[in-house]
Design a protein around this ligand. Structure first.
Ligand SMILES: [Zn+2]
Ligand SMILES: [Zn+2]
Length: 1011
């Protein structure tokens, strides 16, 4: 019992030891066995992409997930502990492309889709394993072998069912529209993927003013402005603002008057008078422009804040252009292919939009169409996955209409408990503004969309693998998984005309994969449970996940709680909500905790290329998991967290107080051979206070866990440890020296309870200390010990001591303000307020080393009032100097919290007030609690002598420590003759330093000898 603790914890080493011990003793398994069959607490894990090593920002979410799972398990609940990995879609493909040195879709096809799929699976398996290991090191308890991987055939089939349902409701359609397009990835991206600030970069682009010569007005031209030269090849119209004024310069150039920049005007017209004018396009000679008639159209949205006030319109290369094109029946010319390279009929064949920039500008210049070529730096959208600047293309994509589901989702969101609360409104905003869901990606290793459009007009949506096989035109013998290229070989028979139909080549948005998991992993509408039944298709070799039956789904759906980063509002929270609402009309979660981003310790974004990124493994190896978890838990989740060694070291320093308290106990418990089961004897008031204070801790922590509010866990625990160490232990030291059983008993109970309630936050340190503190009748691990019953409450007593501690704190403040050492005894302290502390005057006197503590008005105070210049200066103007001088002379009256001076009434916020002690007194005040104290700073010869005695005691005890003496060793002290006067207090000195004898015998410095 009570194995000794080292002087301070080596977090990483201690954590490795606990990890190994948890494994050896099967602590997690035993916890699960203990809770099996109990009331359930359902947590649903949002999948993390198994694609790279874990980032430190993942550790925040994983800390929160583990923390609340551990808490609910300690409360006896049964949990599922299923972890999830996202495992297909664009982000996996992009990483594998990098790995293989592939730069385009063409190269993927040359490499072979089957091989490419294999590489994707290998990467996911590799990083899934790595992330599981890193998560375990963080302390996360999950059923790792049972992790779900979204590329499982089972998962895919569930999504097919959802898509079939959408089709049955008429929500599914193929849209021909302009979308943001990544030329590198060769696919369009959807609104929810591209939302958010980090999806933009500051980029420098050309800023061109270009002349479009008018056909029916000899020598005149429109001047348009563009930052995307490549789109000029697809120009079909120019838009003017109908109500704006346009002017012609002597050179025949038409500009909006507001943008003409002082150019001379020889003619003026309203915008609507320009509508219908025909002009020669900038690239009329390319093949694609043959037969296109360019004209001026009206558009109310033309900006007069930038450019020329005339906007060039290319419906095939811009979203607004496309919409205008529909309205005015304009031709849609798409100049670039999937890879963003020019199609031959637009000239510049094979060049990228970037590469074509300079040749286009040169070409315009040679043909005298260029008015001016400048540069502009602006916020420009980039691909969320690969960082390539996006372009707009008009393409066919598949969409799910969302109008029918919008209101049900908004209604259901009102029932969800969001933490922090205001994120609920963010969800509402997203739901109100979400556009139709673009679900198709022109890619390879992803969810195969089961859409089979027949030339007869019939669209078949397949809902399961069985249905696919049944409707196949020929027996299918080679379909190892529901992925390309294998699935592309299967043709089905059209139900309407009987023709053979092929699948569309597109794969699905990865958020479909993650969005279905509340159904697919819990076995919704699955008749019989299948062991390892989720480990199908690509997932066969990477997991042993089961496919439960519908009864299981009924038990675990909806999740009691989910937790992900704030940006998941428009991603995972959105997709699971959308899919569950569609399939069963309910949301899949009851409560959400969401949190912001991790920055570096100076508040900058972390980037590998900036050298300020810290990866998870480095953090855990060097800081330890508990300090990292403590840092995350203490953070208000609605604010970004600044992560780094500085903050982590600060946490370690704070955790030391707990460690020292536990070590203090263990050291004395060993000396006394303390037995927690033995009768403690009579408790003292301080013991009863610690019991009540511990009960308060248990209440506060329980409440914070129930509210999912981790900053309060950290605040409450640190305040408790401060009380424990800096009040209880400080005030009881002498009792421990004497082996007081009541004190040992009380401290033991408090430490055990504290370790229990903090265990979910820092599981390693908690279990390590638990093992040091436990007696034989207690469970092996704190995680098998359940939750402590709050002991006897005594709010009155706790409030009293809180007030005592505030008085002591103020007393110390006054003392250090006056520059008097803490060891120097003083005569008197006067306390104003703090009525509840009256019964503790002796303790206050002892703590502050004053002879007397009295309650009374602290009138020994000089009031110093100065003008608060920013507030008062403007109001008083020229009177200010006189008022300032009057204040300095003390010529003012106090009136209703403010001051009257020279006939002016100054409010409390117009002055700076400082209370200073009268000569010989030091004053400190706490406006919040209304407590003021005044300390008599006079040091008479008697006090001075006592001060020297305390200095000596302090010095001798330091010498004991330096000499490595045990706590029980007795000593003999020798003092120089010059210190002989201190012997008047010989008994006190002996008592404090465990001396059997003190003598003066000519030494130059004090000496100690062990006896
Ligand atoms: Zn991209
Ligand atoms: Zn047909």
């Amino acid at each position: 019992m009570f194995a000794p603790l080292p002087d301070k914890p080596d977090h990483p080493a201690l954590e490795e030891e606990i990890l190994a011990w948890w494994d050896a003793e099967r602590i997690f398994e035993r916890l699960r066995e203990q809770n099996r069959g109990n009331e359930k607490w359902s947590f649903l894990d949002g999948p993390i992409t198994a694609n790279n090593p874990m980032g430190i920002h993942h550790a925040w979410g994983r800390t929160l997930k583990d923390l609340f799972q551990r808490y609910h398990a300690l409360r006896g609940k049964e949990l599922r502990y299923q972890n999830g990995y996202d495992s297909q879609g664009l982000w996996v493909e992009v990483e594998v492309e990098k790995e293989l040195g592939i730069r385009s879709k063409r190269e993927i096809e040359e490499y072979g889709l089957a091989e490419f799929a294999q590489r994707c699976k290998e990467r996911v398996a590799r990083y899934g394993e790595l992330m599981s290991r890193q998560s375990r090191r963080l302390g996360m308890w999950m059923d790792w072998e049972n992790s779900y991987f979204t590329f499982s055939d089972t998962n895919i089939e569930y999504i097919w069912r959802f898509l079939k349902e959408c089709h049955a409701r008429g929500w599914l359609y193929k849209g021909h529209r302009s979308t943001q397009w990544c030329p590198r990835c060769g696919t369009s991206l959807s609104q929810h993927e591209q939302a958010g600030d980090d999806k933009y970069a500051e980029l420098t682009h050309p800023s061109l003013y270009v002349r479009f010569p008018l056909l029916d007005r000899e020598g005149e031209s429109l001047v348009i402005w563009t930052t995307t030269p490549w789109t000029l090849t697809a120009n079909v119209a120019a838009a003017v603002r109908p109500d704006a004024e346009y002017v012609r310069t002597p050179h025949g150039e038409w500009w909006a008057k507001e943008r003409a920049d002082g150019r001379e005007a020889v003619e003026a017209k309203r915008g609507d008078e320009l509508v219908g004018w025909r002009y020669r396009g900038p690239f009329d000679d390319v093949a694609a422009q043959q037969g296109v008639e360019h004209r001026v159209i009206p558009w109310d949205e033309v900006s007069l804040d930038e450019g020329s006030g005339i906007v060039h319109i290319a419906p095939g290369a811009g979203t607004e252009d496309f919409e205008l094109g529909r309205e005015h029946d304009l031709q849609v010319l798409v100049p670039v292919d999937e890879a963003g390279r020019f199609l031959p009929e637009f000239g510049f064949a094979g060049l990228s939009t970037e590469e074509a920039r300079d040749p286009i500008i040169e070409d315009l210049r040679e043909r005298h169409l260029l008015v001016e070529a400048l540069e502009i730096t602006h916020r420009y959208p980039i691909c969320w996955r690969c960082g390539t600047p996006l372009i707009f293309r008009v393409v066919d994509d598949w969409f799910i209409g969302c109008d029918a589901i919008r209101q049900p989702l908004l209604d259901a969101n009102q029932e969800v408990a969001w933490t922090p609360e205001f994120y609920s409104r963010r969800m509402d905003d997203w739901l109100r503004n979400m556009g139709d869901w673009n679900i198709s990606r022109k890619r390879y290793f992803g969810l195969p969309l089961p859409f089979y459009p027949c030339s007869c007009g019939e669209l078949t949506v397949i809902g399961s693998k069985a249905e696919l096989l049944e409707r196949a035109t020929a027996p299918v013998d080679d379909l190892p998984e529901l992925h390309r290229p294998w699935i592309d070989e299967v043709e089905i028979r059209c139900g309407s005309c009987g023709e053979a139909v092929r699948r569309i080549p597109e794969v699905g948005d990865a958020w479909l994969d993650a969005g279905i998991v509340p159904m697919s992993t819990l076995g919704w509408q699955n008749e019989t449970a299948v062991p390892h039944g989720y480990a199908t298709g690509s997932a066969r070799e990477v997991t042993k996940a089961d496919l439960p039956d519908h009864a299981y789904w009924e038990q675990w759906f909806p999740a009691d709680w989910v937790s992900e980063m704030r940006e998941q509002i428009r991603l995972w929270f959105y997709s699971i909500s959308f899919m569950s609402m569609t399939l069963i009309g309910r949301l899949p979660y009851r409560a959400v905790l969401t949190y912001e981003k991790v920055r570096d310790e100076t508040g900058r974004e972390m980037h590998k290329s900036w050298g300020n990124a810290i990866d998870v493994e480095e953090a855990l190896d060097n800081m330890g998991a508990d300090p990292v978890r403590w840092l995350f838990s203490g953070q208000n989740p609605s604010q970004n967290l600044n992560f780094g060694y500085g903050p982590a070291n600060e946490v370690k320093r704070r955790l030391l107080t707990l460690w020292h308290s536990a070590k203090f106990f263990v050291d004395y418990a060993r000396i006394e051979q303390f037995d927690p089961a033995a009768d403690p004897g009579e408790l003292q008031p301080l013991d009863r206070w610690l019991q009540a204070r511990t009960a308060q801790l248990v209440d506060e922590m329980t409440d914070a866990y129930e509210r999912f509010w981790t900053p309060e866990l950290v605040r409450s625990f640190e305040a408790f440890v401060d009380d424990l160490s800096n009040w209880y232990i400080r005030r009881s030291r002498r009792r421990f020296w004497k082996g007081d059983r009541a004190a040992l008993h009380t401290l033991h109970r408090a430490l055990v309870d504290a370790v229990q309630v903090v265990a979910p936050v820092m599981p390693f340190l908690a279990d390590y200390l638990w093992r040091a503190l436990r007696s034989d009748d207690m469970p092996d691990s704190v995680f098998l010990a359940g939750w402590p019953e709050p002991g006897r409450h005594d709010e009155q007593l706790v409030a009293e001591v809180a007030e005592v501690r505030r008085v002591v704190e103020l007393g110390r403040q006054a003392r250090s303000g006056a520059g008097i050492k803490h060891r120097q005894p003083l005569r008197e302290l006067v306390v104003q307020g703090a009525e509840r502390a009256r019964g503790h005057a002796d303790e206050i006197a002892e703590e502050l080393r004053v002879k007397e503590v009295e309650w009374g008005e602290v009138e020994a105070t000089e009031l110093i009032v100065k003008p608060h210049l920013p507030a008062l200066g403007p109001r008083l103007g020229k009177d200010l100097p006189a008022v300032r001088e009057a204040l300095a002379r003390g010529e003012f009256e106090e009136v209703d919290g403010g001051f009257r001076v020279l006939g002016h009434d100054l409010g409390p916020d117009e002055v700076l007030v400082e209370r200073r002690g009268r000569e010989g007194w030091a004053v400190a005040a706490d406006p919040e609690s209304g407590i003021t104290v005044a300390l008599d700073t006079t040091i008479d010869p008697e006090l001075e002598l006592e001060g020297r005695v305390y200095n000596l005691i302090h010095r001798l005890n330091s010498m004991r420590r330096e000499a490595g003496l045990e706590l029980t060793d007795r000593i003999v002290v020798r003092l120089p003759e010059s210190e002989a006067d201190l012997l008047a207090h010989a008994d006190r000195i002996k008592d404090e330093v465990l001396a059997v004898e003190i003598e003066t015998d000519g030494v130059a410095e004090p000496q100690i000898t062990k006896v």
